[in-house]
Design a protein around this ligand. Structure first.
Ligand code: ZN
Length: 291
């Protein structure tokens, strides 16, 4: 089916207490594995793309691949731009056919982040697509952005309320609640009390960043508290590489590339299908689409 905006399906997810997986694609085979996994589990899916990946392949190519793969799939797929600080890049992606974008002004002072987020909100509302905006600072490494432990900071509750007030149609809101990008060194310390305060005051679905390495219990609690979008990037990147090298180790004399591409596809798709079950979005495709 055609690409869909993510706002309506995320609102359905939040209202019905399940999470929609948002996977960071790498190339065509990775996007194919993500969408095939969603189709097999009959689940809505968000294919998101890092700025680095868009720059590597070019926005029109990425949009064409995902549009083509989604058109063959019987489930709703949104194409989303992950963590972007550059409004010109956001405009290029909207032009190329993205159905949602994230403006990440979290490194800016609150007032500036708020003003720029509203500027992007006007663009996305005019284009009829979704916006994700962030406040606080999510720790870890995402693309080329490194936020050390001492720089990461939880979102401020009063700022969260003020931030979303004039963006009622925000598709998803990303307050920093203690999760981090990359693999966790110990167990992630999630500020459930802050998350609960935010979701009680704000009806917008919440994005859970830094999903790789969270426990099932952590996913369950965050989703129950209103996280409708669950981001997975690091695990997918890791399986993209492992899918190749594990087959290489198993069959060192194999020189035909297609079995490697298939092994990589299987490793990524299995993880996508597993995540869909964990987040409770299996079988939700049509209900999410009708929302
Ligand atoms: Zn993130």
């Amino acid at each position: 089916m055609p690409l869909v905006p993510m706002g309506p399906m995320l609102r359905h997810a939040r209202a019905n207490h399940y999470g929609i997986a948002a996977y960071n694609m790498i190339d065509f085979n990775s996007a194919r594995a993500i969408i095939d996994g969603a189709a097999t589990r009959n689940a809505p899916m968000i294919v998101q793309v890092s700025v680095k990946t868009v720059k590597h392949w070019g926005a029109p190519h990425v949009a064409t691949w995902v549009r083509m793969l989604a058109s063959d799939a019987p489930v709703p797929v949104a194409l989303h731009l992950d963590h972007c600080t550059d409004i010109a890049m956001i405009e290029r992606c909207i032009e190329a056919g993205w159905t949602s974008v994230m403006f990440d002004g979290s490194a800016l002072p609150f007032a500036e982040n708020h003003a720029k987020s509203r500027q992007v909100y006007a663009l996305t509302e005019a284009a009829g697509i979704g916006l994700e905006a962030e406040i606080g600072a999510i720790g870890g490494v995402e693309d080329d952005k490194v936020v050390n432990d001492d720089q990461s900071r939880l979102a401020n509750f009063e700022e969260c309320v003020a931030f979303v007030q004039d963006m009622p149609n925000l598709a998803v809101f990303a307050p920093a609640i203690g999760t981090a990008h990359g693999f966790y060194k110990g167990e992630a310390k999630i500020a459930y009390d802050l998350l609960e305060r935010i979701t009680k005051a704000i009806p917008i679905p919440i994005a859970l960043h830094g999903g790789t390495g969270l426990t099932n219990d952590q996913f369950d609690r965050c989703i129950a508290l209103g996280c409708g979008k669950v981001n997975i990037s690091t695990m997918h990147k890791s399986l993209f590489i492992d899918g190749f090298i594990n087959l290489r180790a198993e069959k060192p004399k194999l020189v035909e590339p297609l079995p490697f591409i298939e092994a990589q596809h299987k490793a990524m798709k299995d993880d996508v299908m597993h995540a869909i079950r964990t987040f409770g979005s299996e079988g939700r495709a049509l209900a999410a689409l009708a929302a």
